[in-house]
Design a protein around this ligand. Structure first.
Ligand SMILES: Nc1ncnc2c1ncn2[C@@H]1O[C@H](COP(=O)(O)OP(=O)(O)O[C@H]2O[C@H](CO)[C@@H](O)[C@H](O)[C@H]2O)[C@@H](O)[C@H]1O
Length: 477
């Protein structure tokens, strides 16, 4: 079987969030099972081609759209997956992937539309002849539309994975003309969305199967509260929608070998985790090793429940805890956290994106906070548990599928139901109580470290899905 896997970000080449992690680990894991996988990504200016040994292969792809020609130069990296990077500096030679902190690049439709066409043209030119084309989120959602409607490759099955329904790629209706799509696609059953063009909607309609990244989120997005205007459409296509939980790469996230943390440890040397805490507190000028250390790592976006943290900051500053926050994102939140930096003795804040530092936090923390309003899957909680950091999270999406509250038999985390300040602070107080029960806390730390949230079982499920689609069998996951 041959699979083309297209994504706008793939770890370690380019990353703004969890999409990159999965796009890095899933194709590799699928390839390990003997499937030929070709990965595709735009070659951004920020990709370090020297470091990753990405080389040009002297192949050029011309794409005609927006009234002109865009030429992509193809670069390649051979791993167990063959990665192709498509380079067009006018479109992708910019400082950011999707936009500046002030907002999205206005020509994102042309950027990712041209990339999608370039992937199709390359597949054709090089006769890759895939059985499956697997795309991710709105940026590559035009590919199933092109596969079915423009290129008429009806023998090729397409899979769209929705990592986050909040981002849909919505543009003015003349994107239809800019992208040579044809006005016959501009209707309610195809790309039209309130008189605009919606890329993700195109992917949902035209793909052979849709997956989202946890079973709970697959159910939630059928409801208006979580559907971002697409719940009706998703209900229509419910029979091709599957929830497959993400996993993490246990080689990338491993406290035993992680070279960025202060001191390596494993289940049997868990006491060394406290060295990480001690040195982290020292580095961040936080005091009180005996107090539980809560960490938050993530994009500063409404989705992540940042308002709960923001609105509770005074209360948090008075609790017998330390709190470390690392994140960057929407300007409003960046500005807020910058403005309170150093204001509270027990709260450390770093606004920015810093993977090595995030690793130190996972290793040092006692509890990870994830008060998300919605969470398609969430990787942080899996990483945290791998580093023996217990999770305090809102009961939603993938958090509901990976964390069991301590009030349940065999529970190992803390969940709260409603996203309000009262329930959030109550959850933190329950965590403090748990922390003070030293024996139970240690027992749970050891337990969560041993869990298997690896990408391997995720890959097995995707392979089953690919096979069912290829042989047009009923999908049983
Ligand atoms: N400032 C910072 N510095 C360093 N590292 C940072 C960071 N901010 C975030 N990260 C890292 O980025 C990743 C975040 O992954 P998530 O899956 O939790 O979130 P995201 O919302 O981006 O992904 C979306 O896609 C994924 C993948 O499907 C879903 O799990 C998720 O629910 C969905 O919202 C983690 O590896 C985290 O450590």
């Amino acid at each position: 079987m041959k699979v083309v896997f297209a994504s706008s970000e793939i770890y370690p080449f380019a990353k703004t969030g969890g999409l990159a992690d999965i796009s890095g680990s899933l194709p590799k894991e699928i390839a390990k099972k003997g499937i030929k996988v070709f990965g595709f990504m735009p070659l951004y200016k920020t990709v370090d081609i020297e470091k990753h040994k990405i080389k040009p292969i002297n192949v050029y792809i011309d794409v005609f759209l927006n009234g002109r020609t865009y030429t992509f130069e193809v670069y390649k990296l051979i791993d167990n997956v063959i990665f192709f990077f498509l380079k067009n500096d006018e479109l992708f030679g910019r400082d950011y992937l999707y936009g500046t902190p002030e907002g999205d690049y206005p020509d994102n439709d042309v950027r990712f539309g041209a990339f999608s066409y370039a992937v199709m043209e390359f597949i054709k030119k090089e006769e890759l002849d895939p059985d499956i084309i697997h795309v991710n989120d709105w940026q590559t959602s035009l590919i199933p539309v092109l596969t079915y409607y423009k290129y008429n490759w009806h023998h090729v099955r397409t899979v769209l994975t929705i990592h986050n329904l909040a981002y849909q790629g919505i543009f003015d209706k003349f994107a239809i003309e800019r992208l040579n799509l044809g006005w016959d696609l501009f209707h309610m059953e195809a790309l039209e969305f309130y008189d605009k063009v919606n890329f993700l909607k195109g992917g949902i309609v035209f793909s052979s199967a849709i997956t989202t990244v946890s079973p709970t989120y697959a159910k939630e997005i059928l409801k208006p509260e979580y559907g971002f205007g697409l719940d009706g459409l998703l209900r229509k296509y419910e029979n091709k929608l599957y929830g497959i939980i993400n996993g993490i790469d246990y080689n990338v996230w491993n406290p035993e070998t992680d070279k960025y943390i202060y001191e390596n440890y494993c289940e049997y040397t868990i006491e060394k985790k406290s060295i990480n805490k001690k040195l982290f507190l020292k580095e961040t000028n936080l005091e009180g090793e005996e107090k539980p250390l809560f960490i938050f790592i993530g994009r500063l976006a409404q989705q992540k429940g940042i308002d709960l943290i923001k609105d509770s900051i005074e209360e948090l500053s008075k609790l017998p805890i330390n709190l470390a926050i690392l994140g960057s994102g929407d300007k409003e939140y960046n500005d807020f956290f910058e403005s309170i930096k150093g204001k509270y003795e027990n709260i450390f804040i770093k606004v920015g994106y810093d993977e090595p530092f995030s690793r130190k936090m996972y290793a040092a923390g006692d509890f990870l906070l994830m008060p998300s309003l919605f969470e398609p899957c969430g990787l942080n909680q899996m990483i945290a548990m791998r580093y023996a950091t217990l999770v305090v999270a809102r009961k939603t999406g993938g958090l509901n599928d990976t964390v069991v509250d301590i009030s349940q038999p065999d529970g190992y985390g803390i969940l709260f139901e409603n996203p309000n300040k009262y329930e959030f602070l109550n959850a933190i107080n329950r965590a403090i109580d748990l922390y003070n029960n030293k024996q139970k806390f240690l027992e749970l730390q050891k337990r969560v470290m041993g869990f298997d949230f690896s990408i391997e079982s995720t890959a097995q499920k995707y392979i089953k899905l690919y096979e069912s689609l290829k042989y047009s069998r009923e999908v049983v996951l």
